[in-house]
Write a protein that binds this ligand. Structure first.
Ligand code: HEM
Ligand code: HEM
Length: 261
């Protein structure tokens, strides 16, 4: 029909113009597809991998030995990964704003734009942090924690919606479902990594704990191995507090915060 001839002519003559994308986006130039792929790869690498990895590294500080060196290594890993994440996402942002439609008429695009802004805000809060122990540090940590976690989670959601948008635009169902599965597999690896590092000391202590209980069974005939008490002598002589040792709870800054409140 004349319409088909006309629109295909349009495509061949005006290959790089975004004009023909307006008709529900089914006709895409090769250049546009390449731009979208590059956009997807950059933002996947940034918000789908580097950013969550950076967060995992700073969480490992809590577990790191008190020798100071490890702590600093994990802090630098946090900063390096977040700098890389911001650089890649910013390149992806500039690229997509220059080559894609800029219509911002769906959630992926609007949420994406908000993410670019929030990510930069987060980066700036990271750089301008008050020193540990100062008054503003607690408020800073709350902001950095909430904004950082939110950006990372919404970033992950936006990668899923991005893969869907890619599928809609290119109508290649096989392509998009495999990327969804791959991304989910990669996220599962990150979660596994988090769980392992969280339990690492526990794994290493397995033998020690068994040895200890053997020791108690041999020496402690009463069978109660945990009957030590600590007596706290207060100013008032009559009043003595008897405290039974509690098993150590793992805590992090947020738990400490709630204890404070
Ligand atoms: C967290 C990561 C991501 C963010 C922040 C993000 C952000 C954006 C933004 C702001 C736009 C609009 C650009 C413009 O029109 O100027 C856009 C469009 C688009 N993005 Fe993403 N994106 C992300 C991940 C992905 C991924 C992994 C893919 C998969 C290939 C993808 C595919 C697309 C597609 C196909 C469009 C075209 C417009 C549409 O129909 O939605 N995005 N993205
Ligand atoms: C967009 C980039 C960034 C994101 C998404 C991010 C995210 C986070 C998150 C979620 C935490 C809390 C981890 C936990 O659960 O304990 C955290 C902690 C921290 N971040 Fe970032 N961060 C970013 C950039 C930076 C930068 C650039 C710096 C410094 C130059 C920085 C310094 C810190 C420090 C010092 C902590 C530990 C605070 C404490 O435990 O007292 N962050 N970050």
């Amino acid at each position: 029909s004349p319409f088909v001839i006309c629109s295909s002519l349009d495509v061949t003559i005006d290959n790089h113009s975004p004009r023909h994308l307006k008709n529900n986006g089914s006709l895409l130039s090769n250049q546009m597809i390449t731009s979208i792929k590059l956009h997807g790869i950059l933002l996947w690498a940034s918000m789908g991998f580097l950013m969550p990895m950076g967060i995992l590294f700073i969480r490992m500080v809590n577990k790191a030995n008190e020798n100071g060196r490890n702590v600093r290594v994990f802090f630098y890993l946090h900063v390096i990964f977040q700098i890389l994440a911001v650089v890649l996402a910013t390149i992806g942002a500039i690229m997509s704003l220059r080559t894609l439609e800029n219509s911002f008429n769906n959630n992926h695009q609007r949420l994406g734009l908000a993410l670019y802004v929030a990510m930069w805000l987060q980066f700036l809060t990271g750089i301008f942090r008050p020193s540990r122990g100062s008054k503003r540090r607690l408020k800073w940590f709350l902001l950095h924690w909430i904004l950082g976690t939110t950006v990372s989670i919404i970033g992950i959601i936006n990668i899923y919606t991005g893969i869907r948008a890619y599928h809609k635009k290119t109508s290649s169902s096989r392509d998009s479902s495999i990327w969804t599965i791959l991304f989910t597999a990669q996220l599962s690896c990150l979660v596994l990594f988090y769980l392992i590092q969280d339990k690492w000391e526990h794994f290493q202590k397995q033998r020690v704990v068994i040895d200890e209980s053997d020791h108690h069974q041999n020496t402690n005939t009463s069978g109660r191995s945990n009957d030590q008490t600590i007596q706290v002598v207060t100013g008032n002589d009559q009043e003595q507090k008897v405290m039974v040792p509690q098993p150590c709870r793992k805590s992090n800054a947020l738990v400490n915060l709630f204890k404070l409140i």
